[in-house]
Design a protein. Structure first.
Length: 255
């Protein structure tokens, strides 16, 4: 099994659209968040951001898994319609609430379902499902759930366990244990340091929480203001110094 990082920025990527901040003007480039799971001849895309067609050929995807209903995680589904790829019965795994939102709450995505470009396959958080030789376990995550619920996804190939959780509002015993029980985890690193109004746990908090963990931890979903997005920054070096890692576009992790 291989995990390929397609994008490591928050939903709109870096540079942030219309932003003139120092970091966005510096030439840093990171795509919106997604990973591609390779297992033998199967390719499974986890999340489908709007810029996905700049990164991969969607004809080569065997299935898609969606973590939640925020545009940076599902917006690329539009390109599966007849105006672009016009796929046929591509499996899209998602929660029951996400399926209901696509079928009944959003006419544009209903077209994809009605025309059979995609086939939504609902899962239940906490219950395993299989794609090819891999076992997937959707884990309920606390996040802003305006239209559907949010999940992290645990992937097990029978030898190793990988946990992907790009969005999180706060840590719970369940999500903490899921990270600690994994060989590799790629988790929410939206902000480096936090303030009370921010809904994502800052990297500093997460590093303190997992400082004694044996899990290899990567931070992803980096906001354009997050200095960790810049490999030349002091904050980036500090993450590495403390034994953690930063997800990079194009990075491949082998299991």
């Amino acid at each position: 099994m291989e995990i390929e990082v397609i994008g490591s920025a928050q939903d709109a990527g870096i540079p942030w659209p219309g932003c003139s901040c120092r970091q966005c003007q510096k030439g840093i480039s990171r795509k919106a968040p997604a990973i591609l799971v390779h297992d033998k001849n199967r390719r499974i895309l986890v999340d489908c951001p709007p810029d996905i067609i700049k990164s991969i050929n969607l004809w080569e995807i065997n299935a898609i898994i969606l973590t939640h209903a925020h545009i940076g995680h599902y917006g690329g589904l539009f390109f599966l319609g007849r105006e672009a790829y016009n796929t046929h019965r591509l499996p899209v795994y998602c929660s029951e609430k996400m399926k209901k939102w696509m079928v009944k709450g959003n006419k544009a995505y209903n077209h994809l379902v009605r025309r059979k470009n995609i086939i939504p396959i609902p899962f239940i958080p906490g219950e395993l499902f299989n794609i090819a030789n891999l076992k997937f376990n959707p884990i309920r995550v606390n996040h802003r759930d305006e239209d559907a619920d949010t999940i992290g996804i645990s992937i097990n190939n029978g030898k190793n366990k990988f946990f992907y959780m790009p969005d999180l509002d706060f840590w719970t015993n369940r999500t903490i244990n899921e990270v600690r029980d994994s060989d590799i985890a790629m988790i929410d690193g939206t902000f480096y340091s936090g303030k009370a109004h921010l809904s994502h746990p800052p990297i500093l908090e997460s590093m303190e929480l997992f400082k004694n963990s044996n899990t290899e931890i990567y931070f992803t979903h980096l906001n354009h203001s997050n200095r960790v997005a810049d490999p030349g920054s002091r904050e980036y070096r500090e993450v590495k110094r403390k034994g953690f890692y930063v997800a990079e576009d194009g990075m491949v992790l082998n299991f």
